[in-house]
Each structure stands twice: as structure tokens, then as C-alpha cells.
Ligand binder design. Structure first.
Ligand SMILES: *Cc1c(COP(=O)(O)O)cnc(C)c1O
Length: 430
């Protein structure tokens, strides 16, 4: 079986390595729970988009919410990438990491006036406007500052991305974007407001998408609109097809980024839009398989042999020191994430539910996993580079994990483990 994350993640003998670094050693050196990322894996994923877009006007905007550690953002800033942000907090991170505001697109259904002001002052490339109601406030804030806000309307193309309902965003039933049949009216309104400058159109139809067809359907719907809007005398510079490309967690077989890009460019050409600037907003596909979460096995609770069939007490639990507060995807989306021992033991092992210490029955990282383990062993939860640390919480007053970036020979601690005292530093006794 090839590991998700290969070739950067690989077995050498019994040991598991990320870009040549022993994960068992990193876990023991920095403690657990610990996120470890490979900068070279992130860079390779980014370069796949870039190479497929060579010779075309384009911008690859990394979706910051997938993993917002400054060193991760720095990786893409250095590579010449842009950023897709959804809050002023993410904007501040991008700027702190050396990202260029002129390469930032600002998405999100609930931008506040304060956030609009900060983004305009920073000089972002454009606002991805998600409702007609956003236009008037943005216009006002821009006029107050004496600038014009560049806008792209996020259109809801009403296509089914065929992914998990929580991460499907391009259907009419979702809260995102402006309905396709209302978009032309919204463009007319935007073009008439003196504080706004129409620059583009965008969509984002969902996440963990494993097929090309929904992208092409959405693109066709966008291009229909581009033609209608331009026929109405409003110029549109760029087409932003969003993010959402899936990764392999277990047996999914998403298209390679190069294939997805090639098919999109082909469709743009076929419809006579070949010279239009094209934007992508990938998150998961740039970082997901570049990271792992390391955790130590604390206790093994074998199931009772004498329990009735179908009785849950028959389950065997492998209790680890990472939990849903560190990695919520399994609990929140019933997501499958592969779990591998950092050092393989001989033997077939036992079937375990790998669970964390949080007081919730939903606190599991993996169910029915065959593992040969002993307390004190280190396990790696694979494909944890995206929507891991950024969704972490302090539930159960658990400090958030540390993060490490390996980069060739070097190992950098890019976020130190949170201290318990900082969890309540802003609280006051009365
Ligand atoms: C989350 C998000 C993305 C990135 O999605 P991935 O599935 O991580 O690629 C891109 N654009 C917008 C507007 C988003 O909300």
C-alpha cells in the first residue's frame, strides 16, 4: 500500500519518516501531540499548480484556513503565491508572514465593516463579495477611505460537488455566494456604485472534491455569466474557480492538480476565454498530505470476551494523548484518517478504536484499526496538514499541540506547545 503523503512520507525499515526525518524521534524530542509538516511537500504541491499554469496569466491563492501557521504561509509567500482569506485575523497572519497584500483575495459571507476597512488599508487584490447586501457597506467604507474597492462576485453556480454535505458549498441550499440568476443584477448594482470597481467573478463549490466534472460544470455556468455581464458593458478581468480539490486519505483517487488545471484551461480555451486571468484557491490539496499528527499511546483497554454480541463494551480502545480538540475531522465529519505506528512492531495486532482523553464519546481519531501497539508507542495520524491545527480548540482545557516544520536537513519548531497558564490568562476572578 502506498501511504497517503508519499513520496515525502515513507517507511524505512520499521520506522516512518517524513522527508527523511524519523517521526518517532521527532515525537520524543518535541513531545506529543505534535503536528509535523514537510515544507518540501507543500512546495511540491504548490509547484504542481504553478507548472500547469505556466504561460497563462494566473494566481494561485492558498486558502489560509486550511493551515495558517506563519511558517506555512511564508512557504507560499516565498513561492510567489497569493492568499485566500476569510477574516481580518487571516489577513494579519498573511502580512506577518511576508505575504503581499496585492495577492490577497478576501472571501467570506460575513465580512464586518472593520474587516473591510483593514483589508482596504492593506490594499488587498479583491473582495470576493458573497451577497448583494455586502455591496453597499463595502461601497461606503471605500468612499470613507477615498479608495475604490476591487470586487469579484462569488456566484453560487448550483452544481453538486458530490462531497460531504458539510463541505459542499455550491448548491442553492448553501449559504455561500450570490444565486446565479441574481448575479447579473448584482453586477449592475456593483458597477453603479462609485466606491466599487468590478474586477472578477468567482465560485467555490466545496471541499474534498474528487472529480473534474463539477468544476467544469461550475466553470461553464461562470462563463455564461461573464459573457452576459460583459455584454451589459461591465468588464471582468479574472475568473476565480475556487479551491476544493480533494486528497487521498485512504482510497480516494482525486485528479492530480495538473490534470484539473489542464482540463479547466482547455475549457477556457474552448469557450474563447483563453487569455483571461485565472485564479485558484486551493487549501487542502497544498497542505493536507504534507503533515501528520503524532500521538503517544497511553493505555490499551481490551474488550470483554464475555460480553453479548453487538455489545459496545466488546470494543477495544487504544487511548492516545491526542483528541478531538487537536484534530476534529473524525468527530465532526466522520472522516477517515489513516493511522500508522511510527515504529512498526511484528505481529498482526488487534482491532482498536483509537480514542482521545476528551470526555465525549465522539472523541475518536479512528475506528476498527488493526494495529500492533503497546503503551508508550507513537502513532501518526496521516494527512493531518489541513484542517487540523486550524480547527483545534482548548476543549477540556487542553493546551494546543506544538508544530514542527521539516525542511530538507533542518527541523524548525514553528509553534511551541501552548501553556496551560495562557489558557486562562485573560480571565478574572470577581
Ligand atoms: C475553504 C475555502 C477554500 C479552500 O478549500 P479547500 O477544500 O481546502 O481547497 C477556497 N476558497 C474558499 C472561498 C473557501 O472557503
Amino acid at each position: 500500500m502506498t501511504l497517503p503523503g508519499a513520496p515525502f512520507l515513507a517507511r524505512r525499515g520499521a520506522g516512518l519518516e517524513l522527508d527523511g526525518h524519523s517521526l518517532d524521534e521527532l515525537a520524543r524530542r518535541f513531545g506529543t501531540p505534535l503536528f509535523v509538516y514537510s515544507r518540501r511537500a507543500m512546495r511540491a504541491a504548490f509547484d504542481a499548480y504553478e507548472q500547469a499554469l505556466r504561460g497563462r496569466p494566473h494566481l494561485v491563492c492558498y486558502a489560509v484556513k486550511a493551515n495558517s501557521n506563519l511558517a506555512v504561509l511564508q512557504t507560499f509567500a516565498r513561492a510567489g503565491g497569493g492568499f485566500d482569506i476569510v477574516s481580518a485575523g487571516e489577513l494579519a497572519r498573511v502580512l506577518a508572514a511576508g505575504g503581499e497584500p496585492a495577492r490577497v483575495v478576501f472571501s467570506g459571507v460575513g465580512k464586518t465593516r472593520a474587516e473591510m476597512r483593514q483589508a482596504l488599508q492593506a490594499g488587498v487584490r479583491c473582495f470576493n463579495v458573497e451577497s448583494e447586501g455586502e455591496l453597499a457597506p463595502l461601497n461606503e467604507v471605500a468612499l470613507e477611505l477615498g479608495v475604490r474597492a476591487p470586487v469579484s462576485l462569488r456566484v453560487n453556480p448550483d452544481v453538486d460537488a458530490r462531497t460531504h454535505p458539510y463541505i459542499s458549498t455550491g448548491l442553492k441550499a448553501n449559504k455561500f455566494g450570490i444565486a446565479h440568476d441574481k448575479a447579473l443584477v448584482a453586477y449592475r448594482l456593483a458597477a453603479a456604485l462609485p466606491g466599487l470597481q468590478v474586477v472578477g467573478i468567482d465560485c467555490h463549490i466545496g471541499s474534498q472534491i474528487t472529480q473534474v466534472a463539477p468544476y467544469l460544470d461550475a466553470l461553464d455556468r461562470l462563463l455564461d455569466l461573464v459573457e452576459a455581464v460583459e455584454a451589459a458593458g461591465i468588464a471582468i478581468r479574472h475568473v476565480d474557480v475556487g479551491g476544493g480539490l480533494g486528497i487521498t486519505y485512504t482510497d480516494e483517487a482525486p485528479p492530480a492538480a495538473s490534470d484539473l488545471v489542464a482540463r479547466i484551461l482547455e475549457r477556457l480555451d474552448a469557450r474563447g476565454h483563453g487569455q483571461r486571468e485565472v485564479l485558484f484557491e486551493p487549501g487542502r490539496s497544498l497542505v493536507g498530505n504534507a503533515g501528520v499528527l503524532l500521538t503517544e499511546v497511553l493505555y490499551l483497554k481490551a474488550g470483554q470476551d464475555d460480553s453479548a454480541e453487538g455489545d459496545d463494551s466488546a470494543r477495544s480502545f487504544c487511548v492516545v494523548d491526542a483528541a478531538m480538540n487537536d484534530l476534529v475531522r473524525p468527530a465532526m465529519y466522520q472522516a477517515f484518517m489513516a493511522i500508522e505506528p511510527c515504529v512498526r512492531r511484528p505481529g498482526a495486532g488487534t482491532t482498536w478504536d483509537v480514542v482521545g482523553p476528551v470526555c465525549e464519546s465522539g472523541d475518536w481519531l479512528g475506528r476498527d484499526r488493526r494495529l500492533a501497539v503497546q503503551p508508550g508507542d507513537m502513532l501518526a495520524v496521516l494527512s493531518a496538514g489541513a484542517y487540523g491545527m486550524t480547527m483545534a480548540s482548548n476543549y477540556n482545557s487542553r493546551p494546543r499541540a506544538a508544530e514542527v516544520m521539516v525542511d530538507g536537513d533542518r527541523v524548525h519548531l514553528i509553534r511551541k506547545r501552548e501553556e496551560v497558564s495562557t489558557l486562562f490568562a485573560d480571565e478574572r476572578l470577581t
